[in-house]
Design a protein around this ligand. Sequence first.
Ligand code: FAD
Ligand code: NAG
Ligand code: NAG
Ligand code: NAG
Ligand code: NAG
Length: 540
Amino acid sequence: MMGLVQFVSLCAFASAALALSTDGSFEPANFNITAALIANGISPEAIPDTQTLNERSSLGTCTVACRSLKTIFGSSRLLNQGSTGYTNFTGAYWSAQQNSVRPGCVFTPTKAVEVSTAVLISRLTQCPFAVKGGGHAAFAGSSSIEGGITIALQNFKRIEPSADGKTVDIGPGNRWLDVYQTLEPQGLNAVGGRIFSVGVPGLILGGGISFFSNKHGWACDNVESYELVTASGKILTVSYTSYPDLYWALRGGGNNFGVVTNFKLTAYPQGKMWGGGRVYTNASFSAALDAIYNFATTGSPTDPEAAQFISFGYEQGFGPLASAQLEYGKPIANAPVFADFNAIPSVQSTTAIQYQSNITITLNGGVPDGARETYWDASFKADRHLFTFLVDTFYALLPAVVDAAGLLPTISIQPITAGQLVGMQKNGGNALGLDPAGGPYFIMNMASMWTDPADDVRVLKFHADVLERVKVEAQKRGLDNDFIYQNYASQFQDVFSSYGKDNQKRLVAVSRKYDPKQVFQKLQPGYFKLEGGAPNPDML
Ligand SMILES: Cc1cc2nc3c(=O)[nH]c(=O)nc-3n(C[C@H](O)[C@H](O)[C@H](O)COP(=O)(O)OP(=O)(O)OC[C@H]3O[C@@H](n4cnc5c(N)ncnc54)[C@H](O)[C@@H]3O)c2cc1C
Ligand SMILES: *[C@@H]1O[C@H](CO)[C@@H](O)[C@H](O)[C@H]1NC(C)=O
Ligand SMILES: *[C@@H]1O[C@H](CO)[C@@H](O)[C@H](O)[C@H]1NC(C)=O
Ligand SMILES: *[C@@H]1O[C@H](CO)[C@@H](O)[C@H](O)[C@H]1NC(C)=O
Ligand SMILES: *[C@@H]1O[C@H](CO)[C@@H](O)[C@H](O)[C@H]1NC(C)=O
């Protein structure tokens, strides 16, 4: 039972002018990559000669790119195929699917300018790249690239609150546990992930749902500034005042605008909190759905400190189970906002007054590295009937996969509360396209782990089928909402069109302005791109 319990709980303007070139564009049409590399301090002899690149490309552009990085930075920054370091690295993603990818080389920079050089080398040689933060995206190629350069940010380990405790600089090489364990002794917190091993950068760049989101919005709504390596290698400090368009785009834009080498997050005073998980058998499903519905609609506005979501799953050898995550920002047990859940008998509970780090540690127990994984999601208006419909549909279709080896299938209801929607409006709003007037919404996210690749197709199809049926029901009842949450989306889903036509257009315009050659669309092909649909449009 523990495995399921833990697993299902997952779940201005002035400085802008400075960066413009003489022709008024961010990157001029005659941008000289070699000159930019020299400006980064790279000696001309170490830069691949574009004249001879064509002849040398019999070697493969990526062989040239990886060799150049080695010449420039030495072997300590490069993990090459066949080395133990490379094997360790490529085997250390969260999902088995990502572990199966074999990059040409792995580059481990220590400074933003080194990331800039890697992006420029990729441009010069046309060898594609991927960027890895915590490596928790589920599908293959999200943060690694077959044959290309994987830029691994593991050395960016800064966690440094400002002297006044109002902000904290966090490097993209951190996991959320690092963040919480560093900040808690100082009485501080930042809005971030709920399971400790998840990476800081991917979570923030896609949105980032936190235990504190009812009060502060999502993680992306609590970024004061980003240090961003752009396509032309320029390193910008992107804030609401310095580059408002790029700042907006980064709030939900994923990996499409550059490589973030530092996040300056808002810091909040925080001591111990209350929270944990409670497990219910199917005799209580209806009462549990009432409870989460009441929280999503009338409960959450009464108390900004509260967070709740619920997951339904199936544990082989046991049967259907639900697990609610109940959290409260103050060290107060069973606050009135949890009254509905408190009235339901649970078969197991881990709720306690403790630090956030402890809660994230408990949750991590159920999400081991190295299994086959898939994530899927959709969003709808909060509706009690639809909650029952989606749970029933999940269990009705489950027999198609229930015997798959090591299967742990889940479906969750994560309210997007009125408080979250208010938090999203800060500093010009984010790119996600969630209209507060249509709320409250909820995210229906499905996640499964299993072990045998022979079951891939039927497991993926199970998720697609549940999603499709719930979508049809929601459309019929006027409850459908376009938004697909990037961080829970599968490779078969089109995230950016789900942000709405206007937002998608605006994102594309920002991308063309700061990345006219579309480096982050073409040379970094993995994960969700701004245009062109789902990463894998073919299957299912
Ligand atoms: C066990 C588990 C628990 C989770 N819990 C939560 C949760 O509580 N709340 C929530 O909202 N989501 C949650 N998620 C989803 C999570 O936010 C995504 O999986 C996210 O992509 C993970 O980020 P990462 O850095 O670990 O991933 P990675 O796989 O390293 O990166 C994901 C994407 O971001 C890009 N990227 C990474 N770093 C950078 C950078 N510095 N600059 C530009 N692009 C970059 C990568 O190229 C890749 O495309 C959870 C996922 C898992 C597996
Ligand atoms: C690009 O810059 C390099 C180094 O300054 C110079 O040698 C080269 O001629 C430039 N290329 C073009 C096309 O201007
Ligand atoms: C590879 O991983 C093993 C086991 O975790 C570790 O002992 C070893 O030092 C690692 N080697 C390298 C080169 O990273
Ligand atoms: C609960 O699940 C069990 C085992 O799958 C099943 O036999 C029972 O009918 C279910 N009960 C309810 C109330 O749905
Ligand atoms: C929380 O975790 C810390 C270690 O990170 C541990 O020392 C402490 O005992 C834990 N507290 C609770 C309440 O579990």
